[in-house]
Design a protein around this ligand. Structure first.
Ligand SMILES: *Cc1c(COP(=O)(O)O)cnc(C)c1O
Length: 379
C-alpha cells in the first residue's frame, strides 16, 4: 500500500483573518478577562441565532449544563432522564449537582433520546429531562415537550452538537426551558473553549448569570446568598466566537456540503450516514457512519485500516451504561425493559470521519476510496 501523502484529522477549526482581527482587537483593548464588549455582543449574537431573548455566556458546555441544572433547583433525590448514548459530560453534570441520572435508550432512526423510553423512565422523583440534539440531529421535541408538560418536568436542551439545527422549523435551544451550548474547538462554532445558556425565561436566565459569577448579590460586595460558581467566559473567547458567528451561515453550509460529498462519493456501502427525519433540519457537526450489524465486530480493524491510509476516525460515544460512574444507573428501553440496547449497539457500530470545513471534494474522494477499501478488506 502506498504511503499516504496527506493526513485527514477528524476535526479542525476554520480560523481566518477575521478571527485574528477580533482577537487582536480584544487584546489591544485591554479587556481580556470576563468583562468586555465581545462578551455582551456574543450573548446577543447567540440569543439571535436561537431566536430567544436571553443568553448567558459561560466557560464551556459542561458548566452550561451544571449551572442550568442548579438554577432549575435540581439536587439530591431528584432524577434527571438523559440519553444513554451521548457524551458523558451530560450525565456527569447531573451527578455534579447531586441528582441521579436515569439512562433512557435512544431511537434507532435519529440516535437521540427515545420519548417511549423517557415515558417508561418517569417516577414520582423525576424532575427533568435533558434532550441532547445528537450528532447534529434534533431530538424529537414535540413528544418530549408533551411529556414535560403533562408531568410537570423541566426540559433542558443540549445543543452542543447541533448549532442552528431545527425541529419542525423551530431552532434548537428555543424549545425547552433552557438550551445549553458548547463552543469547544471541534464544535460547529468555536471560542477555543466556551459555552452558553439560552432561554426564553428571564428569571431562569438571571439565576444562571448570578450562579456563574460567584452568586454575589446585586449591588453588594461579598454578599452571597447561594454557593456560586466561577464559570465566566472571557472577552478573548467571546472575540473568537463573535468572528465565528459572523461566519455561521458559511460554516454550517460548508459542513452540509461536506456530508453531501461523502454520501455521493462513497456510493452504496454497508453503513448508515447521519440521519435526517422528515421533521428535522439537522446541522452537520461530524460526518458520522454506523456500520451494519454484520460488521460491528470489524469496527476496530476498519478504523485501524483507515488510520493506516491517513484517515483519522473517532468511534461513537461508549454507551453510558458501560461506563463506571453510570453503570449503576437505572436503564430504561423503549419497551420499558431495564436495558438500553439501541445505545449499546450504536456505541459499538458508529464512528466519525474527517469533518473539518476546510476539506475539499477531492479530499473526500480520497477518504471515501480509503473507506471502501477498508470495508472490502473486512467483508
Ligand atoms: C461537547 C459536548 C458537551 C461538553 O462541552 P464542553 O464545552 O467540552 O464542556 C456537552 N454535551 C454534549 C452533547 C457535547 O457534545
Amino acid at each position: 500500500m502506498s504511503t499516504p501523502s496527506k493526513r485527514f484529522p477528524v476535526a479542525a477549526p476554520s480560523l481566518t483573518e477575521r478571527e485574528e482581527r477580533f482577537l487582536i482587537d480584544a487584546v489591544r483593548s485591554g479587556w481580556v478577562s470576563s468583562i468586555g464588549p465581545y462578551v455582551e455582543r456574543f450573548e446577543r449574537d447567540v440569543a439571535a441565532l436561537c431566536e430567544v431573548p436571553h443568553c448567558v455566556a459561560v466557560t464551556n458546555g459542561t458548566d452550561a449544563l451544571i449551572v442550568t441544572l442548579k438554577a432549575l433547583g435540581l439536587g439530591p433525590g431528584d432524577e434527571v432522564v438523559v440519553p444513554a448514548h451521548t457524551f458523558a459530560a451530560v450525565s456527569a453534570s447531573v451527578l455534579h449537582v447531586g441528582a441521579t441520572p436515569v439512562l433512557a435508550d435512544v431511537h434507532p432512526e435519529h440516535w437521540c433520546i427515545d420519548p417511549r423510553a423517557v415515558e417508561r423512565a418517569l417516577t414520582p422523583r423525576t424532575r427533568a429531562i435533558i434532550a441532547v440534539h445528537s450528532y447534529g440531529h434534533p431530538a424529537p421535541m414535540g413528544p418530549l415537550l408533551d411529556l414535560a408538560k403533562q408531568r410537570g418536568l423541566k426540559l433542558v436542551e443540549d445543543c452542543a452538537e447541533a448549532h442552528g439545527a431545527r425541529y419542525e422549523g423551530k431552532v434548537v435551544g428555543s424549545l425547552g426551558d433552557a438550551g445549553c451550548f458548547s463552543f469547544y474547538g471541534n464544535k460547529i462554532v468555536t471560542c477555543g473553549e466556551g459555552g452558553a445558556v439560552v432561554s426564553k425565561d428571564a428569571e431562569l436566565s438571571r439565576h444562571v448569570r448570578y450562579l456563574k459569577d460567584h452568586a454575589q448579590d446585586a449591588g453588594t460586595h461579598y454578599v452571597h446568598s447561594e454557593a456560586g460558581y466561577n464559570c465566566r467566559m472571557t472577552n478573548l473567547q467571546a472575540a473568537l466566537g463573535c468572528a465565528q458567528l459572523e461566519r455561521f451561515s458559511e460554516l454550517a453550509a460548508r459542513k452540509r456540503a461536506l456530508l453531501g460529498w461523502y454520501q455521493e462519493l462513497a456510493g452504496p456501502l454497508p453503513l448508515t450516514w447521519n440521519p435526517k427525519l422528515p421533521w428535522a433540519e439537522p446541522a452537520v457537526w461530524l460526518v458520522s457512519a454506523v456500520l451494519d450489524e454484520a460488521l460491528a465486530k470489524s469496527r476496530p480493524a476498519i478504523l485501524k485500516s483507515l488510520r493506516e491510509q491517513g484517515v483519522e476516525t473517532r468511534p461513537f460515544f461508549v454507551c453510558l451504561a458501560e461506563l463506571k460512574p453510570y453503570a449503576g444507573c437505572r436503564q430504561v428501553g423503549a419497551g420499558g425493559e431495564a436495558d438500553v440496547p439501541v445505545a449499546r449497539s450504536l456505541g459499538r457500530r458508529g464512528f466519525n470521519l474527517p469533518s473539518g470545513v476546510e476539506l475539499t471534494r477531492d479530499d473526500v474522494a480520497v477518504i471515501t476510496a480509503a473507506l471502501r477499501r477498508s470495508l472490502e478488506a473486512s467483508a
